[in-house]
Structure formats: structure tokens, C-alpha cells
Design a binder for this molecule. Structure first.
Ligand code: FAD
Ligand code: NAI
Length: 475
């Protein structure tokens, strides 16, 4: 008789492990299967986010920012540094320690919540007697069964056709996070979120970085006033960004990588680099899931088809996170995991896609929630805009970090906040207030009338709200 569970979660990334914990909190007998292996072949819970995504990238962004500050900005504060040197191996080892702390944290949380963990690949075998049989292929092979199955198998980096990742010269996010020595020249294809975050890390550490972007617009999904400000800052820092290119043949050899491309003027150019990171988006991962065994429907891009409640075409089979439609973000995956667990329990879990924040952890940071000015214009919505520059914010001046602004967009008639867009210091933290405001359907006047601590960067948000009504106090 196979082990039987109320809920089997396949995938232990943010969607899966958080969903498993919530289901256990709600009284279900829960199993979570995850196949990720650490360098020693042991389990490493947390998925892409913990192992090769959010957490390690933020660790390297922090370390490289310290290096940049010590090398270029401490002197402004009267702190003179001499003999500054870089130990990349130690920096990468620190990043690995941070990852391990997060892996171990999830093991602890599973024990605390009595989630049974299986290390191995989970795949559908059959559906029988209102139960799904799932094979777990790990160091041992066994079959378990469950009434509900939540699929949270995440995504993989998209390769360029004909250019597979070798993780030595041609790198996905995985290889990009464990380069052993600073490359003299680094190329990136795609100036999206990974391109800018990873490009920033290695530029700060001393690489000459060139980013090749296919689209003619920089950060097309971002409010363009904000994107332009960010572009200006990145170029000033020394990031070379070429827009509107068409990438051709890529040759990799002992001496490095050569990328042939056509630039925006139509000229044939070649870029020679030591390493090339390809960051052109990610694809949903259903490899090894044996979706066919039970007739699980996938769309034309290989993502699992779900409705607004994360229900698949099969009864009691749900899917969350990167493997389904919507933004590929850890917090979106987590919210869906929680909502599904609550729906299984007969509750009304919900995810508000209009208030999912986005953050790009560069310097300046870029963060936003809600609609951009371009989207409001396209929708024909009448709106008011207010901006406030960090240049006029006392805390930003004290920090020595005055790049950027807060921009607030509100309905022209009701004054409801429709979007907030920030480029500048700690944008990742400032956006939280704006998400709360939008969840409560606040008006810009509400934010303008709330007391914000002085001196703080959050005063720039209040001032942007005042600017919507053309009554900033400090600008
Ligand atoms: P994943 O985290 O991909 O987890 C899926 C898990 O399922 C993996 O452990 C995988 O091994 C396992 N699995 C797959 N198939 C099977 C199977 N058949 N059996 C058993 N196990 C299986 N998002 C943010 O919100 N903020 C960030 O700062 C951020 N930074 C990022 C930086 C980088 C470099 C990258 C690549 C991504 C980043 N993301 C970030 C995106 C974020 O990592 C993903 O959105 C998030 O991890 C998705 O969670 P998930 O649970 O859907 O899938
Ligand atoms: P992305 O979708 O952010 O950016 C990909 C970029 O590559 C786009 O600008 C696209 O126009 C460009 N591109 C696509 N094909 C191309 C080609 N053939 N030639 C040149 N350019 C091309 O994808 P990215 O950066 O790979 O990241 C994947 C996802 O991971 C993100 O969308 C995001 O969901 C998640 N992520 C989130 C982070 C965060 O929240 N801070 C950090 C890193 C990743």
C-alpha cells in the first residue's frame, strides 16, 4: 500500500514550499517532492529562487555594491580606502552560504509544519479511485498517492536556438552566479531583469560589460519616464547597452565567445567577450512530469493551462508559479501557493494581479506597481501624474544617493492611485507602501495626508502624491 496524502506538491520553490506549508497549517496531510540537488547531490529546497535566482543574485548584488561604494563613493564621505582588493572566491562562497541558510530554513519549516519531504523527481503515473499516483524517482524509487496535486515545477532559462548553455562560456542565470574570476569582457544578450542585475554585478567588480537587446525600447514594460532615468544612470556607470540589435551567429572557443549581430543602424558588427550570459526570458518547466499519463493540458508555450483559480483541466490538480501564466516572480508564486491551499480547504484564497509589485535590484533600484503612463494612455483613461525627485529629498542627500524619482499616477476624477513607479534608492522597500495603498484603493490625497517620518525616503512618495495635486512642499 503506497503512502497516501491529502495534498501532494510537486516542486519545492516559492510556489511549492509555501503552498505546502499553508496546506499543512490548514490541517492537511501534505507531501512535497523536489528534485533540486546541491553540489554534494543532497536536497536543496527553495527552487530557482533560492538556489540560482532571487537569493544568490541579491547576495552578489550586495557584495558588488559594497565594492563599488568602497572604491568610488566612500571618498565623498571623507573615508579614504587604500589597498582595496577583491576576493571573488570568498564573495561567491558567501553567496553559497546565504543560499544554504535559506535551504536549511525550508527544511526546518517543513519539520515544524509536518510536511513530508521527498527528494527526487515527481511524475504522474495514473489517476485511480479519486487519487493520483505519483512516482518519486530519487535515490530510492517509490510511488505515493494523493487526493489533490499542486504542480509548482517552475521554469528554466530560455536558450537561443542553436546556442545551448555550456555554463563555462555561454551562461544561463546558473553559470552567471558562479563565475570564478572577473571576466575582462562580459557580454549579455537581453537587457531585461537578469541582464541588468547580472550586468551590474560584474561591471561593479571590474568587467567591461556590453548588453545586446533585441527591442528598440529600453525596459519596454516599465513606465518610460522611469526607464529613461534608469538608462541614463546605467550608461553613466559604464554599462554599454545596445538596443534594437539582431543577434546572429555565436561562436564559442578557448579564447572566449564571439557574437555576430546587426546593430540598430543595420551594420554587421561582432562582439568578442570572455563570457556571454544569455538572459532572454524563461520557459515553463514540465520536464519529467509525465503530463501525458493523466492528460494534463499544456498551452502552445508548454505552460500548464489554468483558470483564474489555478485549476488545471484535471479535477483536484492545481498549478502555480512560473509553470503557469502571469509574471515569473517569487512572490506571485507564493501568493498562488497560499491561495490554492486555501481553496482546497474550501476557503476563498485570491491573488490580485493588479497589485503585484515588480523590483529590479540594480542601483538605482527600479520598482513599480499598477499601470504605467503608457498603459493608461493606451486604455484612454484620464489620469493625473505627480513626480518628486530624490534630489529634493533630505534623506537621499544625506545618503549621497539622489538619483531618480517617485512617480504617482491617479485617476483624474476619483483620484484613486492607478500606479506608482520609482527609480532610486531603496525603491524595493518604498514600493510596499504603494502596494498597500492600492490594495485599499487609496487616493493620492490619502498618501498626501499621511504623516511620513522625516527625514526618510518615504517622504518622496508623499511628495509625489502632493505633486498629483500640484502642491509639493519641498520642490
Ligand atoms: P521554481 O523556483 O523554479 O521551483 C521549482 C522547483 O521544482 C525546483 O526546485 C525544481 O527542481 C523542482 N521540480 C521541477 N520539476 C520537478 C519534478 N518533476 N519533480 C520534482 N521537482 C521538480 N523573482 C522575484 O520575485 N524576485 C527576484 O529578485 C528574483 N530574482 C531572480 C533572479 C534570477 C537570476 C532568476 C533566474 C529568477 C529570479 N526571480 C525573482 C524569479 C523567481 O526565481 C521565480 O519566479 C520563482 O522561483 C518561481 O517559483 P516557482 O515555485 O514557480 O518555481
Ligand atoms: P526578461 O523577460 O526580463 O528580459 C528578456 C529580455 O531579452 C527582453 O528585454 C527581451 O526583449 C530580450 N530578448 C529576447 N530575445 C532576444 C534576442 N533573441 N536577442 C536580444 N534580446 C532578446 O527575462 P530575463 O531577464 O531572462 O529574466 C527572466 C525572468 O526572471 C524575468 O522576467 C523575471 O520574471 C524573473 N526575474 C526577476 C527578477 C526580479 O524580480 N528582480 C530578477 C531576475 C529575474
Amino acid at each position: 500500500m503506497s503512502k497516501q496524502f491529502d495534498v501532494i506538491v510537486i516542486g519545492g520553490g516559492p510556489g511549492g514550499y509555501i503552498g505546502a506549508i499553508r496546506a499543512a497549517q490548514l490541517g492537511f496531510n501534505v507531501a512535497c517532492i523536489d528534485e533540486w540537488k546541491n553540489a554534494k547531490g543532497g536536497p536543496a529546497l527553495g527552487g530557482t529562487c533560492t538556489n540560482v535566482g532571487c537569493i544568490p543574485s541579491k547576495a552578489l548584488l550586495q557584495s558588488s555594491e559594497h565594492f563599488e561604494q568602497a572604491g568610488h563613493h566612500f571618498a565623498d564621505h571623507g573615508i579614504n580606502v587604500s589597498g582595496l582588493s577583491l576576493d571573488v572566491a570568498k564573495m561567491v562562497a558567501r553567496k553559497d552560504t546565504v543560499v544554504k541558510q535559506n535551504n536549511d530554513g525550508i527544511v526546518y519549516l517543513f519539520k515544524k509544519n509536518k510536511v513530508t519531504f521527498f527528494h527526487g523527481r515527481g511524475s504522474f503515473v495514473a489517476a485511480k479511485d479519486n487519487l493520483y499516483e505519483i512516482k518519486v524517482a530519487g535515490t530510492v524509487e517509490e510511488t505515493i498517492s494523493g487526493k489533490h496535486v499542486v504542480i509548482a515545477t517552475g521554469s528554466n532559462a530560455r536558450a537561443l536556438p542553436g546556442t545551448p548553455f555550456d555554463e563555462a562560456n555561454i551562461l544561463s542565470n546558473d553559470g552567471a552566479l558562479r563565475i570564478g574570476a572577473v571576466p575582462k569582457k562580459l557580454g549579455l544578450i537581453g537587457s531585461g531583469v537578469i541582464g541588468l542585475e547580472m550586468g551590474s554585478v560584474w561591471r561593479r567588480l571590474g568587467a567591461e560589460v556590453t548588453v545586446l537587446e533585441g527591442l528598440p525600447t529600453f525596459l519596454g514594460a516599465v513606465d518610460q519616464q522611469i526607464a529613461k532615468e534608469a538608462h541614463k544612470a546605467f550608461v553613466k556607470q559604464g554599462l554599454k547597452i545596445e538596443l534594437g540589435v539582431k543577434v546572429g551567429e555565436i561562436k564559442s572557443g578557448k579564447k572566449g565567445v564571439s557574437v555576430a549581430y546587426t546593430n540598430a543602424k543595420g551594420e554587421a558588427v561582432s562582439l568578442d567577450v570572455d563570457k556571454l550570459i544569455i538572459s532572454i526570458g524563461r520557459v515553463a518547466n514540465t520536464i519529467g512530469l509525465a503530463a501525458d499519463a493523466v492528460g494534463l493540458a499544456l498551452d502552445e508555450r508548454g505552460a500548464i493551462v489554468v483558470d483564474g483559480d489555478c485549476k488545471t483541466n484535471l479535477p483536484n490538480v492545481w498549478a502555480v508559479g512560473d509553470v503557469v501564466r502571469g509574471p515569473m516572480l517569487a512572490h506571485k508564486a507564493e501568493e498562488e501557493g497560499v491561495a490554492v491551499a486555501e481553496r482546497i480547504a474550501g476557503q476563498h484564497g485570491h491573488v490580485n494581479f493588479n497589485t503585484i509589485p515588480w523590483v529590479i535590484y540594480t542601483n538605482p533600484e527600479i520598482a513599480w506597481v499598477g499601470q504605467t503612463e503608457e498603459q493608461l494612455k493606451a486604455a484612454g483613461r484620464a489620469y493625473k501624474a505627480g513626480t518628486f525627485p530624490f534630489m529634493a529629498n533630505g534623506r537621499a542627500r544625506a545618503l549621497g544617493d539622489t538619483t531618480g524619482m517617485v512617480k504617482m499616477l491617479a485617476d483624474a476624477v476619483t483620484d484613486e492611485i492607478l500606479g506608482v513607479h520609482i527609480v532610486g534608492p531603496m525603491a524595493s522597500e518604498l514600493i510596499a507602501e504603494c502596494v498597500v495603498a492600492m490594495e485599499f484603493r487609496a487616493s493620492s490625497e490619502d498618501i498626501a495626508r499621511i504623516c511620513h517620518a522625516h527625514p526618510s525616503l518615504s517622504e518622496a512618495t508623499k511628495e509625489a502624491a502632493l505633486a498629483v495635486d500640484k502642491r509639493t512642499l519641498n520642490f
